[in-house]
Design a protein around this ligand. Structure first.
Ligand code: ZN
Length: 499
């Protein structure tokens, strides 16, 4: 048995090496590659991905997993869990016919290209035929698994164990709390956040963000930050987890909060048990849990009053001209301004989830065949009007704004953002229950206790537990919105003097 486990680990490590090389090529493509490299880079990544897929779905891996089944069922060791998780991944990977995957990938790269051309020209008609085909592909992809709802297998790929029905239930509860909260806030005086829109030189912004995440505990010996168009985190090994950011010299919040956000994703990956290296256990366990870690450091810590009571004097020193005469309280209000808006990625903490829910509902309607692609732009505008009270002047700020439906399947790609928000408060609450000194430590710029708790309870486990198992293990119960709603109501009730 030992020999077989060892052999399985070696084979999986080889596959991980290939996939990590793909990630490195992709990181380079988004950071330093000259544009002339694009055609060859696409091909290089496709070639390596194909080799990795063939190796993983090979009879050799299948036989090894088969011979280890009884071991995995009787045993709760890390090795047994590795066999169980790898078997699940193997079944997923082998259920999708190779030809389907090849056709889907070709289609997606064409669709992505069409979107990049259509978006600046506000030309939804150009991408509509691609999107119709993507919906067909997505339905077909889902049909490889048994399901209650056609979206379930697609949701399961990102957030294992979740279903359309369970998400609709939790989103329904959240929505019932958020809509009145947004309404109450919009009846109050608008926050002035013009202080954030002054001129802030790029390098100084970058330096400040790096200083903060160093104090958070992001390990620069095992990471670095570079510039890109759309910020992301990527990992080549537990010893090399990188983040990217983008700056706007007329918007202080852009780079700063994206850096705090991505550092949360990265600390999760840096904190995984080193013995999982190179195996399927060495990753975040779900889209929702991953997002909970980024949101925790970005929002619950990075947009808190305590955090800024420590960092604001330093920020004010750094940007003495821009922040001259601006109090810590005014600054805190500016970075927590709530205002219904058109763009999801720019949305504040309170309205953000309404953007996600709109997309989630539209995805379900598209997959169910209840909404046709030609009616999608209007359906989008109608929901923004009814849910947020805003009207996009065009589809650029409407249905064309997010890359997701044009560069991947329709279904399963948005719910993780809101699940992450809900879980961020759930986990933070548990950390504070275990260590009541955490809030006062944050207010003195000390993050070791919080980081240590997260490492112990979340990070180290990688994919050893599913999201549901992890939540149960950490909180003793199932996923609930209560801590998140309490967090929002307390924070914004105070900010906007709500009764
Ligand atoms: Zn994120």
């Amino acid at each position: 048995m030992e020999d077989k486990i060892q052999l399985l680990k070696e084979k999986l490590h080889e596959i991980d090496d290939i996939n990590s090389a793909v990630s490195l090529l992709s990181w380079d493509q988004s950071t330093y590659m000259p544009s002339g490299g694009a055609p060859a880079r696409g091909r290089q990544m496709a070639t390596l991905s194909k080799i990795a897929h063939e190796k993983f779905t090979s009879a050799e891996i299948g036989n090894l997993l088969d011979s280890l089944q009884s071991f995995s069922e009787e045993n709760d060791s890390d090795d047994a869990v590795l066999v169980r998780v790898t078997t699940k991944d193997f079944e997923k990977a082998t259920k999708i016919p190779a030809q389907f995957l090849a056709d889907f990938n070709v289609h997606i790269s064409q669709s992505h290209q069409a979107w990049m051309e259509a978006r600046p020209n506000n030309d939804f008609a150009k991408v509509a035929p691609f999107l119709e085909k993507t919906i067909d592909f997505s339905r077909q992809l889902a049909s490889f698994w048994e399901h209650d709802h056609i979206a379930d297998p697609l949701i399961d790929m990102a957030d294992e164990g979740m279903k359309a029905e369970s998400i609709q239930k939790i989103f329904g509860e959240l929505r019932a709390e958020l809509v009145p909260l947004v309404k109450a806030i919009s009846e109050k005086e608008k926050t002035d956040d013009s202080v954030l829109k002054k001129h802030y030189p790029e390098q100084t912004q970058l330096d400040f963000g790096l200083k903060v995440i160093k104090e958070y505990g992001y390990d620069f010996v095992r990471g670095r930050q570079d510039k890109t168009h759309h910020p992301f985190m990527t990992k080549f090994s537990i010893g090399d987890v990188r983040i990217t950011t983008r700056t706007k010299e007329n918007d202080l919040s852009e780079a700063l909060f994206s850096t705090l956000h991505e550092s949360g994703h990265a600390m999760y990956e840096q904190g995984i048990n080193a013995s999982f290296e190179g195996s399927p256990l060495a990753g975040g366990t779900s889209a929702g849990v991953h997002e909970s870690q980024s949101r925790l450091w970005e929002n619950l810590v990075g947009r808190s009053r305590g955090f800024w009571s420590h960092f604001y004097p330093q920020l004010q020193d750094t940007f003495s001209e821009q922040l001259n005469g601006v109090s810590a309280d005014e600054f805190y209000r500016a970075i927590n301004k709530v205002e219904p808006s058109l763009i999801r990625t720019d949305a504040d903490e309170v309205t953000y989830n309404l953007h996600v829910m709109i997309r989630f509902d539209l995805e379900l309607a598209l997959l169910e065949g209840k909404l046709s692609v030609k009616d999608l732009p209007e359906a989008w505008h109608a929901r923004y009007q009814s849910d947020l009270g805003v009207q996009a002047p065009s589809d650029v700020d409407g249905v064309l704004q997010d890359i997701h439906w044009y560069a991947g399947s329709v279904g399963g790609s948005f719910q993780g953002y809101t699940l992450g928000n809900i879980m961020s408060a759930l986990f933070f609450d548990e950390a504070v229950k275990a260590h009541s000194e955490i809030p006062s430590q944050i207010a003195s710029g000390e993050f070791e206790t919080l980081h240590g708790w997260l490492k112990e309870n979340i990070y180290q486990h990688g994919r050893k537990y599913t999201a549901d198992e992890l939540i149960e293990k950490v909180t003793g119960g199932p996923l609930t919105i209560t801590p998140y709603i309490n967090y929002l109501k307390t924070k914004y009730g105070d900010l906007y003097s709500l009764s």
